[in-house]
Design a protein around this ligand. Structure first.
Ligand SMILES: NC(=O)c1ccc[n+]([C@@H]2O[C@H](COP(=O)([O-])OP(=O)(O)OC[C@H]3O[C@@H](n4cnc5c(N)ncnc54)[C@H](O)[C@@H]3O)[C@@H](O)[C@H]2O)c1
Length: 372
């Protein structure tokens, strides 16, 4: 059996990070090192996800398998270069095989109010992380990007070749970080390999209901907001921003995929960074950098999501149609063909499963990780 590869996951305690760690641990091929400052997450998420891995081990699991179920947890702020360097130093040169950089601030509206905070936390932190990683010979990086890099895309479904034109400071931080990683791969093509994963809209939770999305404050995204309303944590006063968009029912259309499908995309991306991978063979230069859409390729409107959550929760959501929200785009549906062809990625789980798993998580944990 080959040795475990150490993979450093930033934002490991967050919604997507905890599900990515679950997927990594399930393979028993990786030793996960989590870095998070818990700005928007609870350390309990890491305890719960490690327990899922431990519980899945057979009685006669090897010492290595047992090791793969434990997470090295570092409470570190990525905007502090000394802290992140100290993590790499602990494992020594060549000690960490790759980085999955998930940590970021992600609220579009907030980013328009405090852009410097977003540029510092999302862009400066990425530079510090890459500097420390490079210093310690860790030159494989998977980056959490977003469909928001496309701004208002001219073609739907959206191919990766679409020009990048984010509208908000948040979206611009994603474009900048992609650019930084691409530049690094171009500058040192024999050292660095990078993949940006442009997430569409993740939803749902692990089916155990042990890990899920637990935002601090009022949820900014539709799925967790509906779950919080149905469980009585938020008032039943959903506002639907605009019903006069050029979409089937006039409300905005997004491409929702199950968070565990999204998490599996990270496993495929890590494999694609391995020396034997062919994904960079068609790159236009010798820089080994690429971006992939991770979506279902199927759009669903705000009202369709409300209806699906009503069917799951039996809760009578009241909503009011209000004016369009500045910066909203009518339709963000992925063209997932490139990720399917080159990574073997497919977001298979249905909208009903996303609603079921989200509701299971929310009812088991009405106050998120503070429920017990
Ligand atoms: N959730 C979505 O709908 C969505 C869509 C597209 C892209 N993304 C991207 O995916 C990533 C994860 O999103 P999420 O929904 O899991 O968010 P999240 O807030 O649940 O997770 C982010 C994690 O990063 C941590 N973090 C933030 N700044 C940090 C810092 N300076 N140092 C250390 N840790 C820090 C937070 O504490 C949190 O645990 C983000 O990069 C986000 O931009 C998310």
């Amino acid at each position: 059996m080959s040795e475990l590869k150490r993979v450093l996951v930033t934002g490991g305690a967050g919604y997507i990070g905890s599900h990515v760690i679950f997927a990594l641990q399930q393979t028993r091929r990786y030793k996960v090192i989590s870095v998070d400052n818990h700005h928007n997450s609870s350390p309990k998420a890491l305890e719960r996800v490690a327990k899922l891995a431990r519980d899945a081990l057979p009685a006669d699991a090897s010492a290595q398998d047992r090791d793969s179920a434990e997470i090295d947890v570092h409470t570190v702020d990525l905007t502090k270069p000394d802290q992140i360097r100290a993590v790499f130093a602990q494992y020594g040169k060549g000690g960490i095989w790759g980085v999955i950089h998930i940590a970021a601030y992600k609220a579009v509206g907030e980013s328009t109010e405090i852009p410097l905070t977003y540029y510092e936390n999302n862009v400066s932190a990425t530079v510090y992380l890459l500097q420390a990683a490079g210093e310690f010979g860790c030159t494989r990086v998977v980056y959490s990007s977003s469909a928001t890099v496309y701004g208002t895309p001219p073609v739907i479904p959206i191919p990766e070749t679409t020009r990048l034109e984010a509208h908000s400071p948040y979206g611009k931080t994603k474009v900048m970080c992609e650019t930084i990683i691409a530049d690094l791969c171009a500058a040192e093509p024999t050292r660095w390999r990078g993949l940006s994963l442009r997430y569409f809209n993740p939803g749902g939770a692990h089916p155990s209901g042990d890990i899920g999305e637990a935002p601090i404050g009022r949820p900014g995204n539709l799925f967790p907001l509906l779950a919080a309303i149905a469980v009585g944590r938020q008032p039943n006063d959903l506002k639907v921003f605009g019903n006069d968009y050029p979409t089937p029912d006039g409300t905005c259309v997004r491409d929702y995929l199950h968070v565990l499908d999204l998490a599996k995309g990270h496993l495929l991306a890590l494999d694609a960074l391995a020396p034997e991978s062919k994904v960079f063979d068609d790159c236009p230069t010798d820089a080994r950098y690429k971006a992939y859409n991770l979506g279902k390729g199927k759009g669903m409107s705000v009202l369709q999501i409300v209806e699906a959550m009503r069917a799951e929760t039996k809760f009578d959501f009241k909503y009011e149609i209000v004016g369009r929200r500045r910066g909203d785009v009518p339709d963000l549906t992925a063209d997932p063909a490139l990720a399917a062809a080159q990574l073997g990625f497919k977001a298979e789980q249905t909208l009903e499963t996303m609603c079921r798993d989200l509701w299971n998580w929310q009812t088991k944990n009405p106050k998120g990780y503070d429920s017990d």
